[in-house]
Design a protein around this ligand. Sequence first.
Ligand code: NI
Length: 392
Amino acid sequence: MKDEGIERRIQQETRAQAKQIVAVHHDLHRHPELAFHEDRTARVVAAHLRALGLDVRTGIGGTGVTTTIVGRANGPTVALRADMDALPITEQTALPYCSTVPGAMHACGHDGHTAILIGVAAVLVTLGEALPGSVKLIFQPAEEPVSGAQELCAAGVLSSPEVKAIVALHGWPGLPLGAIDATPGPQMASADTFTITLTGRGGHGAMPHLTVDPIVVGAQVVSALQCIASRAVSPLAPVVVSVTSFQAGEAYNVIPEEAYLRGTVRTLDPALRATIPEHLRRVAEGTAAAYGATAALEYRESCPVMVNDAGVAAAIREAAVPMLGAANVRDDGEPSMGAEDFSLYLERVPGALLRLGLGDTAPLHNPRFDFPDAAIPIGIELLCRVALRLLQ
Ligand code: NI
């Protein structure tokens, strides 16, 4: 079969499947599940894949699901990944398929990603031997705490068969519907976390001179930490140091012994990332010492910088142009200081995360976010074309 023929078939099959997959999306949206608790979601995914006659593996790294669509024998294997988890947010939309679970919502569009990948399976299985290789579909738990990818990589999802390249999509509010972005290079930030324990000497709130007040020290440390980004690192290198929690004391009249600062560090450069713990330690210990207190830093690396491979990003754009038109295929995306654990796969195999335009909807992680129905068939057809392009 000629390429043009197979692309037309992908388009036709996508149109034939669209209504059913939109219904799958609505069903998933009604039943959001938080990280590592995607039991129903995994069951729904597995049931749809099995109904297509596919061999399905479940329970990978917790609730992960994989399947491989085998095309022409001896061809390469590429992987497509969707994330499945929801967020601890109470939905505030008036959608007919609004979340039925108080305190849980698909506010990052992972329900859309999951439905799209089910749709991709439904389209690709119809291609048979015309598919010039195999496509592995990875349904991943727990993207939001950026830990699901770690579990799946450890479980060997990128081997047997060996995956040559991997692609994921993420719905992107603000990018027009019908547009996509596949920009090479660093596109999502590394995300690390830290805890600083400040130890002073507690005492009476009315006699501060007899204490070493860890709250006053903590206030100085929070301010001094802002100088890492503004004075210790080049202004041309993005870095975020955010203190997001400051806990100390319980009474009006007691100066506590200890205070705890917690927060997150984001960078777009692995080399810069490696230097930040030392800055934090110096600022925390030095500031605490100036007031007669001590500081202990606990720093945890969580998620690396997500670097899109230039070759795979180019292949995505080449696959998208005949479908969406050159004007709707972007390669100038602004990096986000948000994190995405898809970076862990990209440390192992070449790949890229593409942004799928969702048009004018509320921002990600907002209680009014909605993944528009119209983006579902675009995502399905696009991922099928991308898989095809990568296999050729
Ligand atoms: Ni997300």
